[in-house]
Design a protein around this ligand. Structure first.
Ligand SMILES: Cc1cc2nc3c(=O)[nH]c(=O)nc-3n(C[C@H](O)[C@H](O)[C@H](O)COP(=O)(O)OP(=O)(O)OC[C@H]3O[C@@H](n4cnc5c(N)ncnc54)[C@H](O)[C@@H]3O)c2cc1C
Length: 530
């Protein structure tokens, strides 16, 4: 019989001295997405992997206190799904077996993009599975529970790190039974991974131990979310996912409708900048959908019944740690997932970034085993930064379109404003092409692939493409872009390509074996004219 996780965890705790002394142990703080994915990778390299989680983990797909964001829609980007399928073969089929909704390739996802050209009825090129975050996490957790060298210690709060005597190495973690002030224990480990999410206490723990922590990059976005669950009437046909882009300059909220298991839809609205938040009462929420830049969600919810109370979520800021820049960093310690970098959730990147983190960890551990090096931790952080750079950059440039959002960090403001204008022009052209001819979706597909972290933003923001887009363009977006290019190139004294190289990240390492973009520099002119 399968023991409850709680009993299993206590027997582990009391018998920790029974662990074979030669066992190589990795300890993960946090048993959510990043922690689970890290454990999956670690179990190949360590004799024993221990996941310390403050919640008692439910035996069914259920939301829990430690992940309050799980009530809100959680979509996985295709690049994240690819990694999950590799680490957990058949993962999507398992979601479907538990009632997740399948949007087959033939079904449309509808995107209402904020340009004069309106909605794009976009044909998905891959199968997409819609599931609640609770189901997704539960399926992953069950897979890990079946792996013999992974153990869950639940109901345990990690309250501090243990350092070796000269403080250059982390040798374990102090834990306390939840709600029991005096039940503290120490757990030793060769590698500790902080995957405790956006409330990570790692910066404070490091400071207490005498380390000078590098200043994180910040996007102060003051984001507000409101979410509710709807049941469709039995008779109504299910529709695919609908995403309505916000219009930040006009203060118009964005919204989404996501099909999940049990004929349920999760509907959400969001606003950034802190001026106002989406309504949290049923009447205001319903009206809010009618006021988005497209009525598509309001229409889809016609006759549907709100089956939960509404819940809000506030994200005051998004941060990206720069642990790789610290002069001193203890051996045996890493951070992954939201504990390392948390993004604006609107762009659905967080879980994919956690999956990318697991992949980076896997590669770095393999390299370390083949050729041990003393700076394993720093190299892992550097590789991770390179891989998540496009996600962070795209999220930052989009957030900065909202009045009131502020950024502190090393990214070039010129680069970000230029990119915003390029993307605005590109979006307009892509939506126009797709809306006027359903077979002309290449530009829009490339845009979606960039947002899905499948191709580099440089595929869209490069000199030949921008110049081709601007040729014969008389739109307002084109005018704004021309003005900025003139300013940056000093009226043509410098080439646009050289300016872009200077102010926009190259994203060189983020897209190792990237899929081919549907647009290419050579065919830009032809595509844009058609
Ligand atoms: C409103 C909202 C909507 C979102 N939508 C999406 C989306 O559509 N797509 C997407 O990819 N991402 C989305 N995200 C982001 C996503 O939720 C996170 O990126 C993801 O959960 C990160 O996983 P994590 O494991 O790093 O952290 P978390 O999921 O936050 O998990 C942290 C875990 O650590 C545990 N823990 C914390 N402290 C301790 C401690 N001291 N000791 C022991 N355990 C501890 C917690 O209980 C929890 O289980 C959204 C986020 C929000 C806020």
């Amino acid at each position: 019989m399968h023991l409850g996780l709680r009993e299993e965890s206590y027997s582990m705790m009391s018998n920790s001295n029974m662990m074979n002394e030669r066992d190589k142990t990795a300890l993960v703080i946090g048993g959510s997405i990043a922690g689970l994915l890290a454990a999956r990778v670690l179990c190949e390299q360590y004799d024993q992997v221990v996941i310390v989680e403050r919640d008692i983990l439910p035996n069914e797909p259920m939301n829990r206190m430690g992940t309050p964001q799980a009530f809100h829609p959680h979509a996985m980007l295709p690049s994240g799904t690819r990694i999950l399928e590799r680490l957990f073969p058949g993962f999507e089929d398992e979601l479907l077996a538990h009632g997740a909704f399948c949007m087959p390739a033939s079904q449309h996802g509808v995107f209402a993009v904020s340009t004069n050209y309106g909605d794009v009825d976009y044909q998905l090129s891959v199968r997409k599975v819609g599931a609640s975050r609770a189901l997704l996490e539960w399926v992953l957790r069950r897979r890990l529970q079946a792996i013999p060298n992974i153990r869950f210690l639940t109901g345990q709060d990690a309250i501090g790190l243990i350092f070796a005597s000269n403080r250059d190495r982390v040798s374990g973690v102090r834990v306390r039974a939840r709600g029991k002030l005096h039940q503290q224990q120490t757990l030793e480990a060769d590698l500790v991974i902080d995957a405790s999410g956006r409330s990570s206490q790692l910066p404070e723990w490091l400071q207490t131990a005498g380390y000078t922590v590098a200043e994180p990059e910040r996007v102060k976005n003051e984001l507000g979310y409101t979410t509710g669950y709807y049941r469709l009437p039995r008779s109504s046909a299910r529709t695919g996912e609908i995403q309505i882009y916000a219009r930040p300059s006009q203060g118009i909220a964005g919204g989404g409708l996501f099909p999940i298991e049990n004929r349920t839809y999760i509907a959400c609205q969001y606003l950034a900048g802190g001026e106002q938040y989406p309504p949290i009462n049923a009447e205001g929420f319903t009206q809010g959908f009618a006021q988005l830049s497209s009525p598509l969600i309001a229409e889809a919810l016609w006759g549907a019944e709100l089956s939960t109370s509404l819940r809000g979520f506030r994200v005051p800021e998004c941060t990206r740690q720069h642990y790789e820049q610290m002069e001193l960093w203890p051996m045996g310690l890493l951070a992954l997932g939201d504990a390392f970098c948390h993004f604006d959730p609107v762009y659905g990147q967080g879980m994919t970034a956690a999956a990318i983190g697991a992949e980076v960890l896997e590669q770095c551990l393999q390299e370390q085993q083949a050729h041990p090096q003393s700076d394993f931790e720093r190299r892992t952080f550097q590789r991770l930064q390179e891989r998540i750079e496009p996600a962070w950059w795209l999220s930052a440039i989009s957030d900065l379109l909202w009045p009131g959002v502020e950024y502190t960090g090393p990214l070039s403001i010129d680069g970000m404003t230029l990119a915003q204008k390029c993307i605005a022009l590109y979006q307009t052209r892509a939506v126009h092409a797709a809306a006027s001819d359903e077979h002309n979706q290449n530009l829009f597909t490339a845009y979606m692939m960039m947002n899905a972290l499948m191709i580099s933003p440089r595929e869209i923001i490069n000199a030949p493409l921008i110049e081709a887009l601007l040729k014969h363009d008389a739109s307002k977006e084109g005018e704004k872009l021309r003005e900025q290019i003139d300013k940056l190139t000093l009226g043509g004294q410098r080439s646009l390509a050289a300016i872009l190289d200077e102010i926009i990240p190259t994203f060189a390492h983020a897209f190792g074996s990237a899929p081919k973009s549907p647009i290419s520099s050579r065919s830009n002119n032809a595509i844009i004219r058609s």
